[in-house]
Design a protein around this ligand. Sequence first.
Ligand SMILES: [Zn+2]
Length: 290
Amino acid sequence: MGVLLLVHVLLVAVAASAPAADAWGKEGHYMVCKIAESFLTEEASTAVKELLPGWAGGDLAEACSWADTVRFRYKWSSPLHFADTPGDCEFNYARDCHNTKGEKDMCVVGAINNYTAALKDSSSPYDPSESLMFLAHFVGDIHQPLHCGHTDDLGGNTIKVHWYRRQSNLHKVWDVNVIETAMKDFYDNDQSTMIQAIQQNITEEWANEEKQWETCRSRTKTCAEKYAAESAKLACTAYEGVEQESTLEDDYFFAALPVVQKRIAQGGVRLAAILNKIFGGKSRLQIQSS
Ligand SMILES: [Zn+2]
């Protein structure tokens, strides 16, 4: 009994010290990168394959969660997965893009700009393979609304909720629970069927707006600030009506699922646009030249 209790205490302690913000689960990142692959130019596709480590087998999607596996080995990279805000539904780079020590640019927006610049610059000291895997992962993360959640609850991580009957937290609901429930209920637990459904939406339901997804007025190197601003706004809606120990079920699920699917689609389309811009080639997408 004593040992069991100790084990329990240790497990709780481990859970409590879990990272401030996780990431789309493996599925979310995989889907973002799979969708991106389908929008790459031939030149970009070749360049990406050459940069990927051997274990990825030439598939960008296989390498899309690598950044999560190194976030403890590369401790400095941990704050690069998110950009929390004070909760005013807006993202302000100067105010919000820093780590807990106040070092500037240490957030997901800064990271996307940084690794995009590194991949464009052949004299960059960064390992290009790692830059590519970081970029592909962070473009996914920035589209998960709770990665631009509120600072005081660590992007929803400290808001304990019940997802139907299971214990979860608000951040995890958006990282994995919505996707898992959708896969189970609608896609026969088959990831490729869900990816196909999202791709079909891109060419049909979202065909008109899709062209706008990768354009922005920002003069920064990428449009990452815009993506964070969108997520910060969506995060505010995600928090609505949610309190400690809230039970989230069908109502919440059916409101969240279309948002999750669209964010995965936008992440994929935009990642492809960024990579096409870096590696060149004639793109199917309309990419701003500036
Ligand atoms: Zn992440």
